[in-house]
Write a protein that binds this ligand. Structure first.
Ligand SMILES: *Cc1c(COP(=O)(O)O)cnc(C)c1O
Length: 230
């Protein structure tokens, strides 16, 4: 059942890639397990889906305690500063670096623990007030400041599109994130190669792939919305 769903989605990923002449292997999937309990999350790992995405620290840490010896863990939600110490050394990626105070806390804690964190800078491309993220106008300055922090590896940019029934509506937002990536790359800073774009969710992952996503974050389309607590 889950395997069937994944096969169907994988086909869609391959087709979307081919529509724009991309290699489907460039597309990495984070399975968003926030709707799932430990047992169901284990099924995801058993299926070979290795990248687990969680958006709430408490739930995330409970699951990590049970399953953290497997998979690669991505924190995708808003992260409170006081939780940074819990995420480090457990989660490999943060998709939601959205303010400098958070970056400073990561730098401080990671240094002390002699570790580092791979971060996506979250950009609020849509400008929605309910969404966090750096505004496109502030992105360059923010990125240059974060690039100075040795314990943060900026791996790319992330955005969340507004909810929509028509994914074509959000295509311009994905395109803009890619444009922002290009602008940062043109600064030619060694810490700002920003190779990745984390964009696209259940509603719009095919459009995101067409626009250059290298990480897509899939929840409901893959796992349904069982026991959602958000
Ligand atoms: C929940 C969530 C997703 C996945 O959403 P679906 O629509 O269920 O695929 C992706 N990214 C973030 C940041 C989320 O919070």
């Amino acid at each position: 059942m889950l395997a069937d769903r994944w096969n169907a989605i994988h086909q869609r990923i391959v087709q979307a890639s081919h529509r724009v002449g991309r290699d489907p292997n460039e597309i990495n999937v984070v399975t968003v397990t926030k709707y799932l309990d430990v047992e169901q999350t284990k099924e995801i790992l058993d299926l070979g889906l290795d990248h687990i995405g969680e958006n709430r620290t408490q739930q995330a840490l409970l699951k990590w305690k049970e399953l953290g010896d497997r998979g690669t863990w991505h924190f995708i939600g808003r992260l409170q500063r006081r939780k940074v110490k819990d995420i480090l050394n457990r989660f490999t990626y943060l998709h939601s670096l959205d303010r400098f105070s958070l970056a400073q806390e990561i730098e401080k804690r990671a240094k002390a623990q002699n570790t580092s964190l791979k971060c996506f800078i979250q950009v609020n491309v849509s400008g929605e007030k309910t969404k966090t993220g750096i505004s496109p106008q502030d992105l360059k300055e923010f990125s240059l400041e974060v690039a100075n922090l040795s314990s943060i590896e900026i791996v790319g940019l992330m955005t969340m599109a507004p909810k929509t029934d028509n994914p074509e509506e959000v295509r311009p937002l994905f395109r803009e994130l890619r444009e922002k990536q290009r602008e940062l790359q043109q600064l030619n800073q060694p810490q700002l190669t920003v190779p990745h774009l984390s964009m696209g969710m259940s509603q719009d992952f095919e459009v995101a792939i067409e626009e250059g996503a290298t990480w897509i974050r899939l929840g409901s389309v893959l796992v349904g919305e069982r026991s959602e607590e958000t």
